[in-house]
Design a protein around this ligand. Structure first.
Ligand code: ADP
Ligand code: MG
Length: 460
């Protein structure tokens, strides 16, 4: 119910309000239609009640009715502070068996060094992370990890946290994305703006400055956001002055973060900078195998998966580890659904091929159709579809027609004969058009610009 409500609220509220006030709410308890949400302070509670409770109540009731088909008239949110919640004697979820910590670590127990497969592309980053985990605050500080999406940065950061926690269960560790850090900061500032509430500010600062390890993910997000950057700067200094470990990740190295303040860049370069690249083919297969083993240990009765399946998935171009994992999951789901028609009772490459028919095609290529191209070209030249697809030889039609043909060849993987069929011509006409536009574009920058404009429009 809450998930559905969140989806609606996300559509309804300005993004900023949603991110700051709503996104991180989680019901901690439910009783006779009352959903309890824990908020940080009495002031936070007041604000939620004044500004958002009614909206949330109505949206929850709507979601309830859609889910269960009956009105949920007594469904309502209740906001409680940590003190209230101890009074309520709420039984917390069993997943947090550790003694009450002052702050949540947010660590994912599945992301460990054991489950991280090391290959050429990530061995430096892995070694650096391990060194930091074994001697926090004493090896490299900060450790700055960078690389493209889905290549294992977040995994490694959690691995550092989990390792330290295992060696020293008392260690105060916080994993946070820079986005969450910023949203918490904004919330704190807004709450303290109206009425002077020093406590709250103290609480925020304590949370981030009195810890042993700060793992801050996707830092690129706060580059250019002045207030957040400033707060982080002070947090960083406070921690590093006390030799507390900081691990930072980003999608690019500090020197390529244009909007990053110079003083931050310089601090990021104090420690060690390690990049993670796309693992090679063998490593990708090994990673997939590891994921399969993990799945099997949870669900031993899952269908067996033959190695050629993993090879098939690992060889896909234009993908990162996250998409490969997604592909693996899709193959498994597909196989479960078509269990009865699997020839060998196992998942093999042919099953994977069927399951992934359009999984890896780049979305832009997939979405572009001849009709879509013609529509854009017609609008651009202010002519009608019949004129482009018809037989008239006037220059004002021939030229856009040839451009359409060129663009279709350029942006889609349609064959000459497929395009020829669409235009009712033979395939040499298409080849001729493609050649001609290509040649003219080299000579005429203006034409080049026209084609680029059209292609940009088509890609949306
Ligand atoms: P990033 O933070 O760089 O975008 P993640 O750490 O979220 O990427 O990794 C995406 C997925 O790929 C995760 O499920 C992670 O476990 C997996 N993954 C990436 N690299 C490896 C690796 N070397 N070994 C095992 N799993 C990996
Ligand atoms: Mg990540």
């Amino acid at each position: 119910l809450w998930e559905k409500t969140l989806n609606y609220l996300e559509e309804d509220l300005p993004m900023f309000q949603f991110n700051v006030w709503i996104k991180e709410l989680k019901p901690v308890h439910e009783e006779n239609g009352a959903y309890f949400f824990e908020v940080s302070s009495p002031m936070h509670k007041n604000l939620m009640e004044e500004k958002y409770a009614e909206k949330i109540r109505l949206t929850m009731q709507l979601a309830y009715e859609e889910l269960y088909g009956v009105p949920g008239a007594d469904i309502r949110p209740e906001f409680i502070t940590p003190q209230d919640s101890s009074k309520l004697n709420i039984s917390r979820k069993k997943e947090e068996p550790q003694p009450a910590r002052e702050v949540k670590t947010n660590l994912n127990p599945n992301y460990t060094f054991d489950t991280f497969v090391v290959g050429e592309a990530n061995k430096f980053a892995n070694a650096a992370a391990l060194a930091v985990a074994q001697a926090p605050g004493r090896a490299y500080n900060p450790l700055f990890l960078y690389g493209g999406v889905g290549l294992g940065k977040t995994h490694l950061m959690h691995a550092v946290g989990n390792h330290i926690l295992q060696e020293n269960p008392e260690a105060e560790i916080v994993y946070v994305t820079s986005e969450t850090f910023m949203n918490e900061l904004i919330r704190m500032i807004q709450l303290t703006n109206n009425r002077a509430n020093i406590d709250l500010r103290e609480q925020f600062r304590r949370k981030y400055r009195n810890i042993d390890v700060l793992l801050i993910d996707d830092i690129q997000f706060i580059a250019g956001k002045d207030v957040a950057q400033d707060e982080f700067f002070h947090t960083f200094n406070a921690l590093r002055d006390m030799n507390k470990q900081i691990v930072i990740s980003s999608d690019r190295p500090p020197k390529e973060m244009e909007k990053l303040e110079e003083r931050m860049r310089c601090r990021f370069e104090w420690g060690l900078i390690a990049d993670i690249k796309m693992p090679d083919y063998e490593t990708r297969v090994a990673i997939l195998l590891k994921k399969v083993q993990a799945l099997r240990s949870v669900n031993p009765s899952a269908l067996p998966i033959r190695d050629d399946t993993l090879h098939y998935i690992a060889q896909q171009k234009n993908s990162n580890i996250r998409t490969l994992e997604g592909a693996l999951q899709k193959v498994i789901m597909y196989a479960e659904l078509h269990k009865d028609s699997l020839p060998s009772g196992e998942i093999d490459a042919s099953v994977a091929q069927r399951a992934l028919e359009d999984f890896f095609a780049s979305p832009s290529v997939r979405a572009i159709t001849p009709k879509g191209v013609i529509d854009v070209v017609c609008e651009y030249f202010d002519i009608r579809e019949e004129d482009i697809r018809g037989q008239k030889r006037n220059r004002e039609y021939v030229f856009p027609r040839q451009i359409s043909m060129f663009v279709l060849r350029d942006l889609t993987d349609n064959s000459y004969s497929k395009i020829a069929e669409f235009f009712g011509r033979d395939h040499s006409t298409i080849m001729h058009a493609e050649e001609k536009i290509k040649k003219q574009m080299k000579e005429d920058p203006e034409l080049k610009k026209v084609v680029e404009d059209i292609e940009a429009k088509i890609k949306g």
